[in-house]
Write a new protein. Sequence first.
Length: 185
Amino acid sequence: MHEPNDNNTPFAHALQSVLREEGGYVNNPADPGGETNFGISKRYHPKIDIRALTAEQAGLIYKTGYWDPLGFSAISYEPIAIHLFHIAVLHGPVTMLDTTKMTLRLLWTPPRGRTANRITTEIACKLNGAAMAHRLHLTETINYLWSAHILTTIQKHPERTCFQAGWNGRINRVFKEVTQLWTLT
């Protein structure tokens, strides 16, 4: 297993990408997560001193609370893992898994069986196969569904409209990063 601070792993690349977007400490009253630092919120981590949280500590939380238990390491193509990791961090694991499954339903055959709470071997195989054959189409579909989720969130929670421009900017930057990574693989 790679350590969270190993800079040459898919997790380290995904973490660097997320930390660039999440930034440092904020305490926006409109944010349902409350006090947040590096994307780690007080609401979901009430025992952590959010203001004093370091990037290294946030990385460990992302590794042990997101990357490993959600099964991101089963995805062979780093651009897909980075794309979906952003969605998991910003909107939660359920939204990331729903986006993944909907992408597979729209483009290919959906995963069989009951709903999984992580990226299963079957889901990873389908994503990896899709990446080999249709990189850009896969990336565009994930982005489209991510955008649709944000619009739905704004409709359900108009008080979060203040975050829409930032979320849309993030979607565009992540899309650009991921499509550039595809040229390197």
